[in-house]
Design a binder for this molecule. Structure first.
Ligand SMILES: C[S@@+](CC[C@H](N)C(=O)[O-])C[C@H]1O[C@@H](n2cnc3c(N)ncnc32)[C@H](O)[C@@H]1O
Length: 512
């Protein structure tokens, strides 16, 4: 073990640690994930699978791994494959399923102590959960029960992160969270100020400088901690707070932190758009849900649903711009070629342009996994057909006033606060980064309508994972809802890799 040790708390499916682990020099990893801790058993299953994947020598992943993600063998069979067996124990020593704040501290500490194996210079990463800080969550919770909100222990889960800093004094820490963290209040004062003070002086005799990854030098405005992913080559507009903590003695040994602080900031990259990562995946049709109208799913019935949708638009011609109507007509004609609804694995030649191909593709897969469409009700298919045709022609997702009346749901208040129509139907545009992939994608796909009208559907798990920059050989455990949930929770691994490059530069400048 010779990479710089990394400990990941609140690890989710492992997006942040994947970025760190992906940095290699020759056949060695620059960082080595020694322990990652996650409380959700399904996300942990994903995490331990990826830990197994990484435990094989770089570039030497056994065939059994690919058989597993293609659904040809069970996890049990994978883990009892003679080539895999020697690596299984290590993967479970790395990925731990535990609830921070609930599980015994001594148990958590012993994992970390064993993982660090005496190393004094190491990196702590992770993001204490965000429900209590998130703007939506906040108003919802405060509305329901203000007292309960004030005493919600999730406000203080960062203390578990802080406790590990205090106990083990990492050289550097990287802490991710939602933007709401900057404005959330507790007992009348900003939680963020308290978090920042605690992180700067964790009470172990060390001081930490807390810097931004985007604004060089000392920070005067908390908004400077916000990273806008789309500025850094991520095909998704995702804005998150990421703090970069540096132990004072390390900082003192790096004069460039003062003289050339821009060396430790992310470099802007050209825009990467949704089409750059979605094109090249096998096109699919959606499934037809028989929940309300009793139409069973079949190619013919799906086609019929689309044709009915087109009839609605043709009838409301005056309310639909001509080119949108023509696009919808063309899409319905073309939709005949989309027969497949996908599956856990589709054998296919997957293509992509460089440099993205080197990050995403793995020819050993032999196709694509987790690329299966959801079922949609016929009335939603009509809206998808209109909305995606509109977006294709008008280069924006339609507003409420753009929808023909006949497509609007008549049984609910369109501006109802809990389900505003516009927040429920959104097309992802081909020529722009997507909107933020959040865990709500697991509930329904209306906010994530595929840009291609002839496919008339929401994004698959693999497409959401692509927008989150997970490599294609990253496999998410659980059922489809759980897979979407994990994808939406993660830090984009490619962004995490760019952050890891900065951390590495800093540690190397400090002579480590
Ligand atoms: C925002 S996600 C983290 C995403 C992760 N950094 C990544 O890049 O994939 C937060 C995770 O914290 C987990 N979590 C919440 N409370 C926890 C606790 N007390 N102990 C351990 N994990 C917890 C949640 O299950 C969730 O997966």
């Amino acid at each position: 073990m010779n990479g710089i040790p990394v400990i990941d708390l609140f690890a989710g499916p492992g997006g942040l640690c994947e970025g760190f682990a992906s940095l290699t020099k020759g056949e060695s990893r620059c960082f080595e994930i020694r322990v990652s801790i996650e409380k959700d058993p399904i996300a942990h299953k994903t995490l331990s699978l990826r830990a197994l994947f990484r435990s094989f020598p770089v570039g030497k992943v056994p065939a059994a791994y690919y058989q597993y993600i293609r659904g040809e063998i069970s996890r049990e069979q994978l883990e009892s494959d003679p080539v895999v067996i020697p690596y299984v124990k290590k993967s479970y020593a790395e990925a731990r399923c535990a609830e921070l704040g609930k599980n015994d501290h001594s148990e958590i500490d012993s994992w970390i102590r064993d993982g660090l194996a005496g190393a004094k210079e190491w990196v702590l990463i992770g993001g204490p959960p965000c429900q209590a800080y998130s703007i939506v969550g906040r108003s919802r919770m405060r509305g329901n029960n203000p007292k309960e909100f004030e005493s919600d222990k999730r406000h203080f889960l960062y203390k578990e992160y802080l406790r590990i800093i205090k106990e083990f004094s990492p050289s550097v820490f990287v802490m991710e969270n939602v933007k709401g963290m900057l404005t959330s209040q507790h007992s009348g004062s900003l939680i963020f100020n308290r978090i920042l003070e605690d992180l700067q002086l964790p009470g172990n005799g060390h001081e930490y400088l807390v810097r931004s990854f985007v604004v060089p030098g000392e920070i005067s405005d908390p908004d400077d901690f916000v990273i806008k992913s789309e500025n850094f080559g991520i095909p998704q507009s995702r804005h998150r707070v990421i703090l970069f903590g540096i132990r004072a003695d390390i900082a003192e040994s790096v004069p460039d932190l003062v003289n050339r602080p821009e060396r430790f900031s992310l470099e802007q990259s050209p825009l990467v758009c949704a089409r750059d990562v979605l094109d090249g995946l096998p096109p699919l049709r959606s499934k037809l849900s028989n929940r309300y109208d009793g139409m069973t799913d079949s190619v013919a019935n799906w086609q019929k649903a689309l044709t009915n949708g087109l009839k609605v638009l043709e009838k409301k011609k005056s309310a639909v711009p001509l080119r949108v109507l023509e696009r919808a007509q063309w899409a319905v004609t073309k939709s005949w070629i989309h027969k497949s609804t996908g599956g856990q694995f589709i054998q296919s030649d997957i293509s992509m342009n460089e440099p993205l191909a080197s990050w995403y593709l793995d020819p050993e897969i032999g196709g694509v996994t987790l690329h299966e469409t959801r079922s949609h009700m016929e009335s939603d298919l009509h809206r998808y057909l209109f909305a995606s045709s509109f977006a294709r022609e008008e280069k924006r997702s339609p507003r409420l006033s753009d929808f023909p009346q006949a497509l609007l749901p008549n049984h609910q208040n369109l501006n109802n606060e809990s389900t505003p129509f516009l927040d429920r139907f959104r097309v992802q545009l081909r020529n722009q980064p997507s909107t933020t992939i959040v865990s709500h994608i697991s509930k329904d796909g209306h906010y994530y309508i595929h840009p291609e009208p002839s496919q008339c559907r929401s994004l698959t798990v693999r497409e959401a994972a692509r927008l989150q920059t997970f490599p294609d050989n990253y496999f998410f455990e659980g059922n489809r809802t759980q897979q979407y949930h994990q994808v939406g929770n993660a830090v984009p691994p490619l962004l995490a890799r760019k952050i890891a490059e900065i951390v590495l530069r800093l540690l190397q400048s400090a002579g480590l």
